[in-house]
Design a binder for this molecule. Structure first.
Ligand code: TMP
Length: 238
């Protein structure tokens, strides 16, 4: 597979065409953004860490029968993925209260959420990724209802797999965001799963080990990502 011209540059990843129209190359950059791109910094090693972290998680999800766009790692900062027609919605599941849920509802951080919540956000930085719902998604045609239902089902399946994976490694999966797209009519998990798009706390100390370290200026951002990876058994030097 040959890497061709850049299709699109996101806040943390760039997407390239290949000589096969069904496949793309994702390049994970060191750029780190928060608050809909209002805070941006370069963090050393981040592209490599998130690329390898994502590859590990996507493989675990595929092993559990969850269909994803991930094909293989190509280099420290690149992987090969199927080219999806993305739905512009973000699916968020929360197991523990944090972040925007606490701000919106005045809930204290750290409450266990039972059953876990499911929320939808429109992927639009200029609007601040507003919260939406199934009715709005259908009316505005952001996704077909059946595809949205399938995305929701897969988002919950991911919770079953990853809650246990992180729990076994001494961490709590507080919440996470997933994005889905269509490939030949089938809904596949797209984008990435890394500490940029989820919250992970140490089970005992509740130390934050995800992008909240960057959002809140807590420092040691990539050190924390690497610690999460090490606990999962990921070899970032491989
Ligand atoms: P929130 O608390 O800001 O709504 O975020 C919930 C989870 O989803 C958190 O792990 C961060 C992730 N997320 C993103 O990665 N990107 C986004 O644009 C949004 C809205 C959430």
């Amino acid at each position: 597979m040959e890497k061709r011209e850049e299709l699109y540059a996101g806040k943390a990843k760039s997407v390239f065409k290949t000589d096969d129209p069904d496949y793309m190359v994702l390049e994970f950059r060191n750029d780190t953004s928060a608050f809909d791109g209002k805070k941006v910094e370069q963090l050393d090693r981040k592209g490599m860490v998130n690329n390898k972290f994502n590859a590990f998680i996507m493989q675990k999800l595929a092993d559990a029968g969850i269909p994803t766009h991930f094909e293989k790692l190509l280099s420290d900062n690149e992987c090969l993925v199927k080219r999806l027609d993305m739905m512009p919605v973000e699916c968020v599941v929360r197991n523990v209260s944090a972040g925007s849920l606490c701000r919106r509802l005045g809930v204290e951080e750290g409450q266990e959420l039972n059953p876990p919540t499911f929320e939808l956000f429109l992927k639009d930085d200029s609007l601040g990724d507003p919260m939406v719902n199934e009715s709005l998604v259908e009316t505005f045609g952001w996704a077909q209802p059946a595809d949205l239902q399938r995305s929701k089902e897969l988002t919950y399946q991911v919770n079953d797999v990853l809650k246990k994976l992180f729990d076994d490694a001494g961490m709590m999966l507080v919440d996470y965001k997933l994005e889905f797209g269509l490939f030949n009519g089938e809904v596949l998990l797209g984008d990435e799963f890394s500490p940029d798009g989820c919250r992970l706390w140490d089970k005992k100390t509740r130390k934050k080990m995800d992008k909240d370290r960057f959002r809140q200026g807590l420092g040691d951002v990539i050190e924390a990502y690497e610690e999460v990876g090490a606990r999962l058994g990921i070899d970032f030097d491989a």
